[in-house]
Design a protein around this ligand. Structure first.
Ligand code: ASP
Length: 292
């Protein structure tokens, strides 16, 4: 495969037809921006943060500006970013009223000695991040009737730079009407997201099922054991189906830039771009192998 490379998804779920065009535009744009980051000398962490930021900015996904409310009518977001080579990550959980938890997760990774920050502590850290000028403040405006196209979906991205360094990330508000304080898989290291120097995974779907098989880490383990990322994605999906009720999906990449995905929901909008593709490959229900 060709490096650098990036793969982006908009959630394993079902999207209403009236949103399909907008979703295509958003996911494709996220992949394209991730690639531009590489063109401008950025790292794979910069690429995944930027790709997720683009998706959080739309109202199309239950993440960022399109986040859905919990049982108390509040918005609580989870996000995680992981650097495969450093084997280090940053995550925030149940953080309230911000638009870009992915940047806060990056701040946790880069500027603290901790990996996972929850609730009020994460909001306090957000204030510190803005005060330090690490990222610009974004007004947490949300329209009264966001264009939420699915009950639930997570956005995710994996990028591999020209040297084969991998970063993986995800961002979500989880399920509409979830219990206040509920945290799914997305920001839990090894479940929703995992990356090392061999491979990476970013998962989406029913967090309570994904957590049970520690899906992200399992997927990467299969690659360490000699499977291709395509085989590992299928294998971990079949483990999920056998041991739980399934309904999930994942994207994967290895350090050579091989990409793969698997899902068992009607849709998992996915865009892929590498240095050979002029425009990102996109599909709402991608079939593997992708005809790049
Ligand atoms: N996995 C996310 C969660 O359970 C939701 C999703 O991926 O759609 O919070």
């Amino acid at each position: 495969m060709t490096l650098p490379a990036i793969i982006v998804h908009g959630g394993a779920t079902v999207f209403k037809e009236k949103f399909h065009e907008a979703i295509k535009k958003a996911v494709t744009e996220a992949a394209r921006i991730g690639m531009c980051v590489f063109d401008n000398g950025g790292s794979s962490l910069d690429a995944v943060e930027s790709a997720i930021y683009v998706l959080e900015e739309t109202e199309l996904f239950t993440a960022g500006r399109g986040a859905c409310k919990n049982l108390d009518g509040e918005i609580e977001l989870d996000a995680m970013i992981m650097d495969g080579n450093r084997l280090e990550s940053g995550a925030v959980m149940a953080v309230r009223d911000i638009i870009h938890p992915i940047s806060l997760a990056r701040y946790v990774l880069e500027r603290t000695h901790n990996y996972q920050i929850v609730g009020g502590g994460a909001n306090k850290l957000y204030t510190k991040m803005i005060a330090e000028g690490y990222r610009e403040e974004v007004e947490p405006n949300r329209s009264a009737t966001p264009m939420i196209s699915a009950e639930c979906d997570t956005v995710g991205a994996i990028a591999v730079d020209a040297q084969g360094r991998i970063a993986s990330a995800s961002s979500t508000s989880g399920w509409s009407g979830k219990l206040p304080g509920r945290v799914g898989d997305s920001a839990i290291i090894g479940s929703g997201v995992y990356a090392n120097d061999i491979a990476a995974a970013s998962c989406t779907g029913r967090g309570e099922q994904i957590l049970r098989i520690v899906m992200g880490r399992m997927a990467v383990y299969h690659v360490e054991q000699g499977k291709t990322v395509a085989e590992a994605s299928e294998l971990v999906m079949s483990e999920l189906r056998q041991k739980t009720s399934g309904e999930a999906g994942l994207i994967m990449a290895d350090h050579r830039g091989n990409l793969a995905l698997a899902f068992d929901t009607p849709h998992m909008p996915t865009a892929v771009v590498n240095s050979e593709l002029d425009v990102p490959y996109y599909s709402l229900k991608p079939k593997w192998p992708l005809s790049l």
